[in-house]
Design a protein around this ligand. Structure first.
Ligand code: PXG
Length: 293
């Protein structure tokens, strides 16, 4: 099998030779931004939305991306074509680039752009059918006036620490609370609950990422006439929810069956979650929802 080709700053390198400098501030300081994107059957799902978010994240960090949005879109498509991939998990990374050993970003003249078009390893095998177990980790989501998760930066220690806690406890996924003790999101997913036939999800103003999958779920609820409210959600509200689920590019939609050992609803994927998952499947199979490779 031919080796996967990786895009770095306009050139392609085989995976085993795709390397960046140890002086890159993405590596030294987590100074950079990224996107995780999926391609389904020759269409990059919501590529425009992901690229727009990448540039917004970069703007918040005053990180100058050395490509226009159009050039970036082209580079993603080209990398997929080069690897003859129709289905892929795409990792787009823009780091501050090579500098010196001080953290001052002014020492990095040019950002590094990396595009990896690989396959996704599903975290929990049959999670879509059985649902996942979750727990609130002691690691709070970063406040909005710190390394907020609203910026999709390379600084993911907050999520990594929460995940370590769940791993140590033998739980599939961690849930993260905001500074006020309300639910923010998962480590790389947004959260929804179902109560009395209606959906509720936390606001991003407490430091969660504005998820593109969550946005799609919002559009589906409008289409099929399910009420969706953005509200602060307490731990009690998810413990006593009828249903709950995660959304994210990597996970897509996954039911939550347990939170800190409390069973959610019947402990099985509920009717509204199942309906939304079926509708979500239709959306990802719709070629008009993305950019053709
Ligand atoms: N919140 C955070 C903090 C994220 O990083 C989401 C929500 C969901 O957003 P989208 O746009 O994908 O619906 C993310 C997405 C993983 C993984 O391994 C997931 C993400 C990033 C890195 C790894 O599942 N992010």
């Amino acid at each position: 099998m031919e080796e996967l080709q990786i895009y770095i700053d306009g050139k392609f390198y085989p995976k085993s030779e795709a390397k960046i400098s140890v002086y890159d501030h993405g590596f030294l300081y987590g100074d950079g931004v990224f996107e995780g994107i999926r391609a389904y059957n020759g269409v990059v799902f919501k590529l425009k939305e992901h690229i727009d978010r990448l540039y917004r994240s970069a703007h918040a960090l005053t990180l100058q991306i050395p490509l226009t949005k159009q050039e970036m879109t082209q580079a993603v498509v080209e990398t997929l074509r080069k690897n003859k991939m129709k289905d892929s998990y795409i990792r787009l990374v823009v780091s501050r680039g090579v500098g010196d050993l001080g953290l001052d970003p002014r020492k990095c003249p040019k950002a590094t752009v990396i595009i990896i078009t690989d396959l996704i390893s599903i975290r929990a095998g049959n999670a879509k059918e059985t649902g996942v177990t979750t727990m609130f980790s002691w690691v709070r989501r970063n406040p909005v006036d710190a390394t907020t998760q609203e910026i999709k930066s390379l600084n993911y220690l907050n999520s990594v620490m929460a995940k370590i806690e769940a791993n140590a406890c033998g739980i599939d996924e961690a849930l993260c609370l905001d500074g006020n003790g309300c639910i923010a999101e998962g480590v790389g997913e947004n959260v929804f609950i179902v109560r009395n036939g209606e959906l509720l999800t936390p606001p991003t103003s407490t430091g969660a990422l504005a998820g593109i999958t969550a946005e799609v779920v919002g559009q589906i609820t409008q289409k099929i006439g399910i009420k969706l409210t953005v509200a602060n959600l307490t731990p009690f509200m998810i413990f006593t929810a009828d249903e709950a689920f995660f959304t994210g590019t990597a996970m897509e939609m996954v039911p939550i069956r347990e939170v800190n050992k409390r069973q959610i609803g019947t402990g099985k994927p509920g009717p509204i979650t199942k309906k939304l998952m079926a509708e979500f499947q239709k959306v990802i199979e719709d070629p008009s929802q993305g950019t053709k490779i």
